[in-house]
Design a protein around this ligand. Structure first.
Ligand code: ADP
Ligand code: ZN
Length: 717
């Protein structure tokens, strides 16, 4: 299992539960997988597809993603294909032919196929080893994304009783989970439930106030990263995008009111990293699969925690640290309440209110936000300090002060105004404001009028919020927000209890995402540029070339030779051959430029040792060492000359001592070397064009490999 994992995906180890799940699949059991976004669900059916005989059929609702998913798999050497409505009749027939000839290991199909009788009769003729149902919650009406076509899947267990089924979802609610099992008739399925804690996500809640300024401060500090900003309405999406664009940010809008072509264009631009910020309503997200979204910002309050969890879940699917920032205000809450009030169904309205209350509780809590979020989904979280939410981070250095007197002042003022006013009004009285309203209410004569000069308005607001959180005050919102005393207030008012409150400090959110200490960010940026260039050449999204995790590792461990590059997570055999040389070149160049000694920093060798010498290129080496020419070796081995040349290139890059003079005349070598110095080493085409007809691509590649190998060796010394 580990060998296949390394060979195809270049990963050194399994994520939690993956191995157990794959084992069950291989043992032909039915399996139900509950894992949060980014947990690594797809691997649970992708890896078995290459490990066992027969076809794995994946049912997935995300038509827009299928092509990219299949491209990613082909890029690592897995025989994958898809059938959906974007293909022409001929293209579908072509895929079917390949299926019949056993040339496909993994087939993605869209749910609409399940309605077609001829689809079922076709697949019945195939040797199917596994059905994988991705986004399995689509079968449930209780879920947030019901697809009627998914209902057809109920017949799987009766029509294919012997074929195992794996159903996967990131849905956290128990009701939907039960429904999925029932609908699919998975009576004996083994259930694997991962924690829904997203360890790499950091949660921050920032009170609104100079919100745009704070936002741009954050974006400036993260200008090289991709992120999503969610807004409440289409109008605010448009306004915010315009402002950001005017201020020079690379942002595009996305909302349901735009026409489809524009939406697709903007989404594509985001995925291909031509744009790094998408400003969107919640319409954006389902059906995008960009693993390196580094931040999700809620510019307005979400309506409930399910939505919030899902939207923030789009950050950091690759497991790297990512930020979830929420801007919160009471005004937003009122706005949402207004819409809830419009609902005609009593029950629905009540549930919506309750969910909104839980959402605001999350925003106002002084407890660990991760804990609140997980508790909401029925999961307990036992750590005292999660280290990744603003509350936990500030509690370690929280500045407390004896707030008893402040609390007494505030509470008695609430009492003096007969518990009929909101926080800000009470503060105005405390601070002795000379407002029309206070004058009319004759509150200028109260004993608490003007006794609160020692704190600023913001500080008083923080005190009031904290008192509410601690249960010393209660906020009511109907018909407009007012603060009232509670049972607990008495103890403080009559001086029997001391209260410690948090000193208010201006929140700062620009603290950069903490990347590993040794990360060479300049190199990371160069690797990112290279990745983008290659992605452009191949017309695929950058993450298909390599994910951010892989680039981060490269920029941390600085692999400067073939073997150490192969040990980087995400570099499997195929990609090492395809992209290895160009990435090595950038890393080596960087180390030379900055005089960095890469030895000793390389990633430790993985437990399962890569098989080293059994490779085909070493057979070629043997024959060459016996004195055979390239043509002869090709003949003996029944391979093309091109393949033998490719072997020689690999061998040179691996540091094998190969003398080029045998294959290319000295004079030609020198000319190629000179040209490479002139036009650069990265692209073959300009080198070839410069040299003309007399020089072949093969010759150029060999000389190029030699130059790179020498650079690498220089560096290792
Ligand atoms: P999900 O479908 O659960 O949201 P994915 O299957 O898309 O998650 O996986 C999320 C990311 O984690 C992908 O970039 C994937 O390549 C990566 N990944 C999955 N398994 C591993 C592993 N064992 N080691 C390293 N990365 C992994
Ligand atoms: Zn926490």
């Amino acid at each position: 299992m580990l060998n296949s994992l390394q060979k195809y995906f270049g990963y050194k180890e399994f994520r939690p539960l993956q191995q157990e799940i794959i084992q069950s699949v291989i043992d032909k059991k039915d399996v139900f997988v509950l894992m949060p976004t980014g947990g690594g669900k797809s691997l649970c059916y992708q890896l078995p597809s290459v490990m066992q005989k027969g076809l794995t059929i994946v049912i997935s609702p995300l038509i827009s993603l299928m092509k990219d998913q299949v491209d990613s798999l082909i890029a690592v050497g897995i025989k994958a294909a898809f059938i959906n409505s974007t293909l022409s009749y001929d293209e579908i027939n072509n895929v079917k032919k390949n299926l019949q000839n056993g040339k496909v290991d993994l087939l993605y199909v869209a749910p609409e196929r399940l309605r077609m009788a001829n689809f079922w009769s076709f697949i019945r003729m195939l040797d199917i080893s596994l059905f994988a149902i991705d986004e399995a919650h689509c079968i449930s009406e209780w879920g947030h994304d019901f697809r009627p076509d998914y209902r057809q899947l109920a017949i799987l267990k009766t029509e294919f009783p012997k074929t195992p089924v794996i159903a996967l979802t990131a849905t956290a609610t128990p009701m939907v989970q039960e429904d999925i099992l029932r609908q699919l008739h998975l009576d004996d399925a083994q259930t694997f439930k991962a924690s829904f804690n997203r360890e790499n996500l950091k949660y921050h809640v920032i009170p609104k106030g100079d919100t745009y300024g704070r936002l741009t401060e954050y974006l400036e500090a993260h200008s090289r990263e991709s992120g999503i900003i969610y807004c409440f309405s289409r109008k605010s999406v448009e306004n915010l995008t315009l402002n950001l664009q005017t201020d020079g940010f690379n942002a595009l809008p996305y909302h349901a009111g735009m026409d489809k072509a524009d939406r697709t264009k903007n989404q594509e631009s985001f995925i291909r990293e031509d744009t790094n910020i998408i400003v969107a309503t919640i319409a954006f997200g389902m059906g995008i699969d960009k693993p390196n979204v580094r931040f999700v910002i809620h510019y307005d309050l979400p309506k409930n925690l399910e939505g919030y969890y899902q939207e923030t879940g789009r950050a950091g699917r690759d497991g790297l640290p990512s930020d979830c920032v929420l801007f919160y205000s009471w005004g937003d809450r009122m706005k949402i309440e207004y819409f809830i009030r419009e609902k005609s169904d009593d029950k629905e309205r009540e549930i919506a209110y309750q969910k909104l209350q839980q959402m605001t509780d999350y925003c106002e809590t002084r407890l660990c936000r991760r804990k609140v979020l997980l508790n909401y989904f029925g999961e307990s979280f036992h750590h005292k300090n999660c280290g990744g939410c603003d509350n936990c981070r500030s509690s370690t250095k929280r500045n407390e002060f004896d707030g008893t007197e402040a609390a007494q002042k505030f509470m008695s003022c609430v009492a003096r105004v007969n518990q009929r006013f909101g926080i800000n009004y009470v503060i105005d009285v405390l601070k002795g404001a000379k407002s029309e309203r206070i004058f009319q209410n004759r509150h200028g004569n109260l004993s608490t009028y003007g006794i609160g000069e020692e704190f600023t308005k913001k500080q008083w607001q923080a005190i009031a919020r904290e008192l509410i959180q601690l249960g010393y005050l209660r906020q009511e919102n109907e018909p407009y927000p007012i603060v009232r005393l509670t049972e607990k207030s008495k103890d403080v008012l009559f001086g029997e209890e001391k209260i410690y409150l948090t000193k208010y400090e201006e929140p700062r959110i620009a603290d950069a995402v903490a990347l590993p200490k040794t990360l060479h960010s300049e190199l990371f940026e160069r690797l990112r540029q290279l990745r983008k260039r290659i992605a452009g050449e191949e017309d695929v999204p950058p993450y298909i070339i390599f994910p951010d995790t892989t680039l981060t590792e490269m920029a941390t461990y600085l692999p400067v030779n073939w073997d150490s590059l192969g040990r980087i997570t995400g570099v499997g055999d195929k990609k090492l051959k395809l992209y290895g040389p160009r990435f090595l070149r950038v890393i080596v160049g960087y180390c030379q430029e900055f005089n960095i000694e890469p030895t000793g920093t390389s990633r430790p060798r993985a437990k399962p040792k890569r098989k080293k010498r059994s490779k085909s290129e070493y057979d070629t080496l043997n024959f060459l060492q016996q004195g055979h020419s390239i043509e002869e070796v090709a003949k003996i081995r029944d391979l093309s000359c091109g393949t033998i040349y490719a072997h020689i290139e690999q061998l040179i890059l691996k540091g094998e001592a190969i003398i080029l003079d045998r294959f290319i005349p000295r004079k030609k070598q020198r000319k190629i070397l000179k040209t490479i110095r002139q036009v650069g080493i990265d692209y073959l085409k300009p080198i070839k064009e410069n040299l003309g007809e007399d020089y072949s691509y093969e010759e150029i590649r060999l000389v190029r490999a030699k130059i790179m190998a020498e650079e690498m060796q220089k560096n290792e010394r």
